[in-house]
Write a protein that binds this ligand. Structure first.
Ligand code: GDP
Length: 214
């Protein structure tokens, strides 16, 4: 049963300055991994642009999602969803490293400006970083690099395996096991098409919204 109503309003694109304590969830992943589709499915509204075109926007768009009721929260519950620029079109070597650095930078810019503005409040914003990987392709170098980079420069990302509707049962078991081996955690399997895993992701976000990323 789905008891909650989701309404979403666009807080971005803005300059990344967030002046409140609303938890923040950053979404990173290769271009075409299904990030826009997942954000739209989560918000139940088409705000993040989906596009098959390469070289999309390089800025981090921030959306505000409000969930009323459900998830064990009696009142309205709000989160910022940060849509980080997709990586993976620049192939290999230093180009992809620079790309990843830019992604981390985009994520941290908001936090840094906020701390500068209000030096008394240096506690990290509550929330988490999600790394989206295509469930069909475990072991891509760019994903492994991204996982390492984010872990070293921000916080250990929570891995989400997208497009699971495209896998057979056997492939699914095999690939999830491979992701678990690579990333040291079992990824959350989701499909924006079938809706599988979305309630689990909302529940995970509700739990993670109580703590700062580690
Ligand atoms: P982004 O570049 O990461 O934002 O990826 P998009 O959300 O634009 O999706 C890339 C392509 O994958 C589009 O053609 C989507 O329709 C498709 N797609 C995204 N999510 C799913 C999913 O859960 N299942 C299936 N079958 N296709 C998906």
């Amino acid at each position: 049963m789905n008891t909650f109503v989701t309404s979403a309003s666009v807080a971005g694109p803005r300059d990344g300055v967030l002046r409140d304590d609303i938890p923040q969830f950053a979404f990173a992943g290769r271009s075409n991994v299904g990030k826009s589709s997942l954000l739209n499915a989560l918000m139940r509204q088409k705000l993040a642009r989906t596009s098959a075109a390469a070289g999309k926007t390089r800025q981090a768009n921030i959306f505000q999602m409000t969930i009323t009721g459900g998830l064990g929260h009696p009142g309205a519950w709000s989160a910022y969803l940060v849509d980080l620029p997709g990586y993976g079109y620049a192939r290999g070597g230093s180009a992809s490293t620079i790309e990843l650095a830019a992604i981390i930078d985009a994520y941290f810019a908001a936090g840094r400006r906020r701390v500068t503005e209000n030096a008394a409040r240096e506690t990290p914003r509550r929330g988490a970083i999600f790394l989206l990987v295509d469930s069909r392709h475990p072991g891509l170098t760019s994903d492994i690099e991204a996982h390492r980079w984010i872990g070293m420069n921000a916080a250990t990302p929570h891995v989400i395996a997208t497009k699971v509707d495209k896998l057979s049962r056997a492939e699914r078991t095999r690939n999830l096991r491979e992701f678990a081996r690579l990333f040291d955690q079992t990824p959350l399997a989701v499909s924006s098409t079938s809706g599988e895993g979305l309630d689990e992701l909302r529940r995970l976000m509700a739990n993670l919204s109580k703590v700062a990323p580690e």
